[in-house]
Design a protein around this ligand. Structure first.
Ligand code: BGC
Length: 496
């Protein structure tokens, strides 16, 4: 197969000709040219619009009933919880106004197997247990009778919201697979457990992590237009105008006008589920086929941290079967059994391989292979792994920013900050540079000789989104309620 591109630097040092040819082929399959990026963005814009239409589309585009911009004057004490892939974070946020806040927090490790427990009660009981521990740590003697602490629940899965304090899970993502939660409102599921413990706590807002990142950052930086997560999953949030959201037409109380802003949780991990524009490789297809939800989250499966380690594992397995690597280990050896274990390698494996500074010996790569796979990699295998990490990480960054390209194009935003959070953004070396470079490819900034530090759309680290964002959203909701304004569909108010 003719290969147009030169190998990346490390790949060109691989001594085995056949292996280095294979790396070139893989590099080619993972390549996303500037033209391709622009095509993907054009398709993405159409899909965002479709998601807002009455008919709907693949991208859920969920209105989350935050209809005000924070301005840093919000005050009050709020509890926040954030259910992540590996931890539950519980935070007490003191919003002090003047764009200032203080937080007190605890992290609780999600027990092994919780992501796929067969009993949904276990998950909600665990959350309530953690809240109970945190509450009594703060208030060993309880609080004044009759008072309720407002809680913002950061629940980072696609949840439809008829009001700000509800959320019906559409489907699990990121490897969570707990029965009897999809199709259910998760707020009463949690409130039942909180009430069983007689805790004076009430969920006042359900929040997506992207919405939290946007609102928390906007509390201190008014130029923030998007909240982004590049982590275990991938997603973005932005403010649209109610008048643009066709699917809400005729369903709102008169206090919400066409001109009201509306925060949208895009849930664009599901972009291109129909496989029209994303350049999928055979490894992407395998990941999808072997996942608990084939056909869903197409964009997320090519970009997010949950899947990046699996991509390198699948490639290494293929090269093992081609007798290109790890030939001193037989098929029934412990090492190769580990290699054949799905999802054994997480993003840290790739991120840390890329972080190895010693390109002669790759001591970090040796350590990681020993730790995860008990394999002693040869020098060629170390170079190969480094090259693959760069190829996979680069593609993830390039594709990830198509969501920014699409939302900014749709809203005609030419200049802004996008507040980003998540393990891939923070831990993957070069992710921020690669992401900025890809935005420049999308918007043609290089042709205009704009220097990276002057790129008009800048991805910046978000404020502590899941705590502060939840608190600010709860404060905004409280202020709206105090004025007697609605925070959901007219229908949800009639029923309430
Ligand atoms: C979820 C989103 C979330 C994103 C980042 C996706 O899998 O569906 O709700 O924002 O991960 O955590």
């Amino acid at each position: 197969m003719p290969i147009a591109k030169p190998a990346n630097q490390v790949a060109s040092t691989i001594t085995s000709q056949h292996l280095s040819d294979r790396v070139l082929e893989i590099q080619d399959a993972f390549e996303v040219s500037p033209t391709k990026l622009q095509q993907i963005v054009a398709h993405f814009v159409e899909e965002l619009k479709k998601g807002l239409s009455a008919k709907g589309g693949n991208i859920p585009m969920i209105p989350v009933w935050v209809m005000d911009y924070p301005n840093g004057t919000e005050t009050g004490d709020y509890l926040a919880i954030d259910l992540g892939g590996t931890n539950l974070r519980v935070v007490l946020v003191h919003l002090l106004g003047g764009q200032k806040f203080e937080t007190e927090q605890e992290k609780y490790h999600l027990p092994k197997g919780m992501r796929t427990t067969r009993n949904r009660d276990e998950l909600f009981e665990f959350i309530a247990d953690c809240l109970e521990k945190f509450f009594y740590k703060l208030h060993p003697n309880g609080i004044e009778k009759g008072t309720l602490l407002p809680l913002g629940f950061t629940f980072s899965y696609p949840a439809s919201q008829t009001r700000i304090d509800t959320g019906v899970l559409q489907r699990w993502t990121k490897g969570f697979d707990i029965p009897n939660v999809e199709g259910e409102d998760v707020v009463p599921l949690l409130m039942d457990k909180i009430n069983e413990k007689k805790l004076p706590i009430k969920v006042v807002a359900l929040i997506n992590d992207t919405a939290g990142a946007l609102v928390a950052s906007r509390y201190t930086d008014p130029t923030t237009e998007m909240g982004l997560i590049f982590g275990t999953g991938v997603n973005g949030a932005y403010y649209d105008r109610v008048g643009n959201i066709e699917k809400l037409k005729g369903k709102l109380l008169p206090d919400i006008t066409d001109e009201s802003p509306m925060l949208i949780n895009c849930e664009y991990g599901s972009f291109d589920n129909e496989h029209e524009s994303l350049p999928r490789t055979k490894y992407d297809i395998l990941i999808d086929e072997q996942s608990p939800r084939p056909g869903q989250q197409a964009f997320e499966k090519m970009t997010a941290g949950y899947y990046l380690g699996e991509l390198i594992r699948l490639i290494l397995v293929e090269l093992y079967e081609e007798k290109q690597v790890f030939q001193k280990y037989s098929k029934d050896s412990e090492q190769i059994k580990l290699l054949y274990t799905p999802y054994l390698l997480d993003t840290s494996f790739l991120a840390e391989i890329e972080g190895d500074q010693d390109l002669e010996n790759f001591p970090e790569v040796v350590r990681l292979f020993q730790e995860f796979l008990k394999i002693e990699p040869t020098l060629d295998e170390r170079r190969l792994s480094r090259a693959l990490s760069e190829i996979i990480g680069n593609r993830s960054a390039r594709l990830s920013v198509c969501g920014i390209g699409a939302a900014c194009t749709k809203m005609n935003i030419k200049k802004c900050h996008c507040a980003a959070d998540g393990s891939v953004f923070h831990k993957y070396p070069k992710f921020p540079e690669r992401a900025a470079d890809s935005l420049a490819d999308i918007f043609g900034w290089k042709e205009q000789n704009i220097q990276p530090k002057n790129y008009p759309i800048q991805i910046v680290p978000s404020q502590d989104g899941s705590g502060v964002g939840a608190a600010v959203i709860a404060a905004l909701a409280h202020a709206r309620q105090a004025k007697g304004l609605s925070l959901g569909l007219a229908e949800a108010y009639k029923k309430a």
